[in-house]
Write a protein that binds this ligand. Sequence first.
Ligand code: ZN
Length: 131
Amino acid sequence: MKIDHIGIATERASAAAIWQHLLGAEEVHSEDVPDQGVRVTMLPIGESRVELLEPLSADSPVGRFLEKRGPGIHHLAIRVENIREILERLRAKGVRLIDETPRLGAGGCLVAFIHPSAANGVLLELVEHQQ
Ligand code: ZN
């Protein structure tokens, strides 16, 4: 396991320019993930990434997060080899999951969220990269 990315809620995709400037990131990839109601912009930092999340609508999860808490760190994403196996193990331990089964995330990855109440108030995302 390792840290795949850190998700940051932002009101505008133009935040990417700020982060590019801060990190010197050259390759930037953006895509809409309608299932999660967000436009995602990924900025690579070594083996990890910063993921900027801009809500596609005010009533999306990130839209509600921004309204309540303003821009800032939204979640921490851990890269795993076998997301289904890990979800199964966590479920058996009684961990509160947001996603019982993986769904398709940005970049064609399989993702699943673990409820913040299970991880000291931190929203955790599991990410399995597909070949
Ligand atoms: Zn993420």
